[in-house]
Ligand binder design. Structure first.
Ligand code: PLP
Ligand code: SF4
Length: 384
């Protein structure tokens, strides 16, 4: 007596099935405003989960959670220096869906779907629009990785890889794990922030079969660290998966040292290691989120020395034109000569330390050490 009963949807599937994609669900706008937002959503898809909507406190752009997920009339305000693909990701693709920019690691776009379309997304040009890569395209990327022994680290990205089913993900990950020179596999995923119920024990157990496996997630505001999100991150960590966080510096969301400090503390309490803070990329449709670079430096200054060392992420600018991520650090060096380095600490105090190393004090004559070598310091004329 074989009768098929459809299984009840899991909570995370329910979130996707009942997600919001109609701008008319934003209350209180005029007909003209709705039409403008509809035109924007036509160009840049709108989709969000009931869960992430429930974190909104004020239904307008003054609310950091509203701002990140709701289409905004300013998405069509584009100064001429903005581009669809400012990081030249498409140019660095030897095969479709794979960006090979750094010699030893690759970014593998395994889907273009997300559980929520961040209005500030760097891949705004294609998320929610391009078709899902077909298995034979994914296989071609996997073959490329297998043929390139210098690739030791594979970053699964998208879109959001965790919008794939466990079995689709395992299809990819198990093939990567079978490649002897692939040391690390990692995922970049916003899911713990926007659909945390997706982090199930079954998913974590599957990922843990392919260790060393890492996950970088994406929180931008302390209010996103709800009990559900904290549970999701904790479950990953319980399965031995180190969880990091990549935060985007966003005007009106977290461009404030106090908010950022609160976010970093909330992440640490959730056992998540702050990894990067990104300066906004020069992406069309996202300019209203862009802050000054000085704001990012001010935030790092407010964290370094003032809070837990491993709670301070690296502030990076992803260089336009495909230069990769470049760390931008508050200048701690007051002066550097062959004899001494003068440093500024977190409170503005100035301290000195001998610049030369062991060899100069212990060998005779023109002892050469890396630190004491006058030629070495001449390579950094900025400190003369
Ligand atoms: C960010 C990125 C990586 C990974 O960089 P890490 O600094 O190692 O996290 C790899 N490839 C591309 C194209 C990237 O943008
Ligand atoms: S989840 Fe990531 S890829 Fe998807 S829209 Fe947000 S930033 Fe872009």
């Amino acid at each position: 007596m074989a009768h098929q009963r459809s299984r009840p949807r899991a909570e995370w599937q329910e979130q996707l099935a009942t997600g919001v994609r109609d701008v008319r669900e934003i209350p209180g706008l005029t007909e003209e405003q709705y039409q403008r937002l509809e035109a924007i959503a036509e160009e840049y898809p709108f989709f969000t989960t009931p869960y992430y909507l429930s974190l909104i406190e004020n239904w307008d752009a003054s609310d950091p959670i509203f701002l990140q997920q709701m289409p905004d009339a300013r998405e069509f305000e584009n100064p001429s220096f903005l581009e669809d693909d400012p990081l030249d990701e498409e140019d660095d693709m030897p095969v479709p869906h794979l960006t090979h920019r750094y010699p030893d690691r690759v970014l593998f776009v395994v889907t273009h779907t997300c559980a929520m379309y961040c209005r500030f997304c760097t891949r705004k040009r294609k998320v929610g629009k391009n078709p899902v890569p077909r298995p034979e395209e994914l296989q071609r990327a996997i073959d490329y990785i297998a043929e390139h022994e210098e690739i030791r680290d594979v970053l699964l990205s998208g879109g959001d890889p965790l919008t794939l089913t466990d079995s689709a993900l395992e299809w990819i990950i198990s093939r990567l794990r079978a490649i002897p020179h692939v040391e690390l596999i990692r995922i970049g995923s916003k899911i713990p922030c926007v659909n945390p119920e997706r982090i199930t024990p079954e998913l974590c157990e599957m990922l843990a079969r392919y260790h060393p496996f890492y996950l970088n997630t994406h929180f931008n505001h302390p209010r996103e660290l709800t009990p559900e999100a904290v549970r999701a991150c904790g479950l990953l960590v319980d399965h031995g998966i180190p969880v990091g966080c990549q935060t985007v510096l966003l005007r009106g969301v977290n461009d404030d040292p106090e908010v950022m400090k609160e976010l970093m503390h909330a992440l640490l309490k959730a056992r998540v290691k702050p990894y990067y803070i990104y300066q906004a990329d020069l992406v069309k449709g996202t300019d209203y989120f862009r802050t000054s670079v000085q704001k990012g430096l001010e935030i790092i200054e407010s964290l370094q020395g003032h809070t837990t060392g491993f709670g301070v992420p690296t502030f990076v600018i992803d260089a336009p034109g495909g230069g990769g991520k470049i760390p931008v650090t508050p200048d701690r060096i007051v002066s550097l000569t062959d004899d001494a380095i003068t440093l500024r600490n977190f409170e503005g105090g100035v301290y000195e330390y001998p610049a030369h190393g062991y060899s100069r004090d212990h060998a005779d004559g023109d002892a050469v050490s890396q630190n004491g070598d006058p030629e070495a310091s001449r390579a950094y004329p900025i400190y003369d």
